[in-house]
Design a protein around this ligand. Sequence first.
Ligand SMILES: C[S@@+](CC[C@H](N)C(=O)[O-])C[C@H]1O[C@@H](n2cnc3c(N)ncnc32)[C@H](O)[C@@H]1O
Length: 248
Amino acid sequence: MIDSTARPAAAPREPTFPDFRFAPNIGGHADVYEIENLAFHRAGHVLAAMRGLAPWAGRTIVDLGCGTGYWLPVYAADAGHVVGIEPDPALRAAAARRVTPTLDVLAGSAEHIPLADSSADVVHARFAYFFPPGTEAGLTEVLRVLKPGGRLVVVDNDYRWGEFAELLAASAQNPPLQTAAATDRWWAQRGAIRQEVRSELRFASRADLASVLHIEFPAEVAAAWLDRHPAATGLSYGYVLFAATARG
Ligand SMILES: C[S@@+](CC[C@H](N)C(=O)[O-])C[C@H]1O[C@@H](n2cnc3c(N)ncnc32)[C@H](O)[C@@H]1O
């Protein structure tokens, strides 16, 4: 006899995170964002600067908002343990394909990190979550999981230098220089180190450059830039890194 009160077992629910904000560039175009990451990587400057601020060889490093996990194997090449954390289920599934015995990918967000207190040496947040103000809760959570002396390194755009910054300004709804000043102030008030890195995006082809400009900027802004630079296969790019240290 069929028990009419019996219900099918509930499907396991995806965890959700209230601080999750969908990222249209990677979330809507993961394959093109991979090309963008490759172009950042080819130039190499920012990775060297991040390593200088917080070396990770042999250590436990967390990539917060890791997206599809492009950078995870790069860190795993010499880290002791790498943990990618990503709130977007589709991006997290892509990142999970990179898992190895020393590389994990977990569901979480900046304000909900599924790691024990004082368990990480380095936390990276690369164009993820830390767009202050309003990011105090995430900073408190990162400082909870960092060991005393451990470091958070945040990778942000430099709104003041480079061709990418000009494109940001041409597309911006909020004045970018005001955003940059407010961001600098927020981190300075929290004792963070600020470091500028002048670099570039180097693409393998003009088609790759065009596809990336079209996921980052409104179509008319991207098209006008490409018209003005008919031979370009890359553009200058400035980063600002902020590094905050956990006190014991
Ligand atoms: C522009 S993408 C950068 C992805 C990756 N860091 C990279 O450089 O390839 C921003 C990422 O932040 C994630 N994100 C959104 N809200 C977040 C939150 N509250 N905490 C952590 N990550 C978040 C997005 O899902 C996305 O993967």
